[in-house]
Design a protein around this ligand. Structure first.
Ligand SMILES: [Zn+2]
Length: 243
């Protein structure tokens, strides 16, 4: 596609310069005859094409969309564990698999990643989302809701805001801002991936008070996450087109 745009622009540019340097009173046939017969007219036409803006446009062209989804703790440990044996890794993977399927159904290229996946090193997708869940211990009645932390290596706020809004919209869960830990803010994957990739880690809910929502009703948080990612991709595509 960028090559087609390049060719169309180059052609349009040549035609513009061509007509600009053509004498007014001549008809199209006349100009063609003159340029074919006289090299003087043809030479500046080809020299004057401004190459720089066209080259820049090519380098700004986006790569294909690719979203990385980390299934939290997968391939490493179980994460939080409930008294009946339910593990955070299971909860995370159930939701991650649903998000992956939802995005694939929307034609988005996705990659499912382990917690410490080798592909995270210099991962250069369009976005990265890591899915985790909070403790299964009963802490207090306030230990409910979700929270999101974004990578500070690039501006992750468009991704973060989209996911927060859509997740709230789908689940009606409260945003639990007070317990963002250093593990989330300085999440290991943020330091591994390519520095320009927007990335967030989301704690989808507490395994104690939000258990039903994030297990039995897992499709609900998965839908919220999917819509949040699609919201971000939509804005991303528009920003690329505008440039
Ligand atoms: Zn976790």
């Amino acid at each position: 596609m960028p090559i087609v745009i390049f060719l169309v622009l180059a052609f349009a540019g040549m035609m513009l310069v061509y007509w600009y340097f053509s004498p007014d009173e001549m008809s199209a046939e006349g100009v063609t005859a003159v340029s074919a017969a006289d090299n003087y007219l043809a030479a500046p036409i080809f020299k004057n094409i401004p190459a720089k803006p066209v080259v820049q446009r090519l380098s700004q062209s986006p790569g294909p969309i690719l979203v990385g989804i980390i299934s939290g703790h997968r391939g490493f440990d179980s994460g939080a564990v409930c008294s009946d044996g339910l593990t955070e890794a299971q909860v995370n993977e159930t939701i991650a698999d649903m998000v992956l399927a939802n995005l694939q159904n929307q034609g988005v290229r996705v990659e499912k990643l382990d917690e410490f996946d080798a592909r995270l090193d210099n991962f250069s997708g369009t976005a990265l989302v890591s899915i985790h869940a909070d403790s299964c211990d009963y802490i207090n009645e306030l230990a409910t809701g979700f929270k999101i932390s974004g990578s500070a290596f690039t501006d992750s706020s468009p991704l973060s805001i989209c996911v927060e809004q859509e997740y709230y919209q789908a689940t009606q869960m409260e945003y639990h801002a007070n317990t963002i830990t250093p593990d989330m803010a300085d999440y290991h994957a943020f330091r591994q991936i390519a520095p320009s990739v927007p990335a967030i880690i989301i704690e989808v809910g507490f395994m104690n008070l939000d258990r039903e929502m994030i297990t039995t009703n897992a499709q609900v948080p998965a839908t919220g996450l999917t819509n949040g990612i699609l919201c971000f991709l939509d804005a991303y595509k528009h920003s690329v087109t505008a440039n």
